[in-house]
Design a protein around this ligand. Structure first.
Ligand SMILES: [Zn+2]
Length: 259
């Protein structure tokens, strides 16, 4: 006969480093017990604490690395680690697929200024789509883009296998966060992409854009033009402000480790 006691199982979870950003203050840095009558994947358990799977790089169950599909069992001790920047975990396998060679982003409507800043730094940043959450998730899956959002629940969708929850509400700090998180300092190509439509710019002669220039900048020599929306770019005061911003980002990055 089936015993009536012990119908509830329990597993203990511990979240490390910045994953605690997602937990209420009283739960940070502590072992948290989750009771359950029906088991599920470790992804579902982790997200039931409010932590999107896209933030997680490594899960250990009872000291052994597991993938997101791992079914949580009674008595499990689960350790959940964020994307590591300097700690060496190369000897264990991560839950994350190998990083994309060239990162491409898609951003939801609430981080528009960040999208413009990323384009300014030369990164492919899709934005301005009237897309539902489901459509954004399918763009991530279909095009292999990284979703940048302030909506953590959007990151919990299974189709979103690459994403980042932008912590700051201030666009300048958001840019710094993204450059740090994805180690982008060495891949910035400032002023090579159209701020308006994300297309790569082409160099253009003064003659070819002459009829589109306001009189006071006709003395400039270097012009770039967007082959898609035809917008013309030149070095002006806007350019200077943007250069300062990128300089600020670089100055605030951690120093590379000593060789
Ligand atoms: Zn354009």
């Amino acid at each position: 006969m089936r015993r009536l006691c012990n119908l509830m199982s329990g597993a203990r979870f511990r979240f490390y480093a910045e994953l605690n950003d997602f937990l209420p203050e009283e739960n940070r840095g502590k072992e948290l017990t989750r009771y359950f009558s029906v088991s599920g994947s470790v992804k579902d358990f982790v997200e039931s604490f409010g932590v999107p799977h896209t933030e997680v790089d490594l899960v250990l169950a009872n000291g052994h690395p597991v993938d997101f599909a791992y079914p949580v069992r009674d008595g499990d001790r689960v350790s959940v680690y964020p994307v590591f920047e300097s700690l060496d975990i190369s000897s264990v396998s991560r839950v994350r697929p190998t990083p994309l060679r060239t990162l491409r982003f898609v951003l939801d409507v609430h981080v528009g200024r960040l999208a413009a800043y990323l384009r300014m730094a030369g990164f492919d940043a899709l934005y301005g789509l009237q897309a539902s959450d489901a459509e954004l998730a399918s763009i991530v899956a279909r095009e292999g883009r990284v979703l940048l959002t302030r909506d953590r629940y959007l990151l919990m969708r299974t189709a979103v296998d690459r994403g980042y929850w932008v912590r700051s509400t201030e666009p300048k700090h958001q840019l710094l966060e993204v450059v740090k998180r994805f180690d982008l300092a060495g891949s910035m190509r400032p002023f090579t992409r159209c701020l308006n439509c994300n297309t790569l710019l082409e160099e253009a002669s003064r003659e070819s854009v002459f009829d589109r220039l306001p009189p006071k900048i006709m003395d400039k020599d270097v012009f770039r033009v967007c082959p898609s929306c035809q917008r013309v770019y030149w070095e002006g005061s806007h350019h200077e402000r943007m250069s300062k911003l990128l300089g600020w980002v670089k100055a605030n990055l951690p120093l590379p480790p000593m060789a």
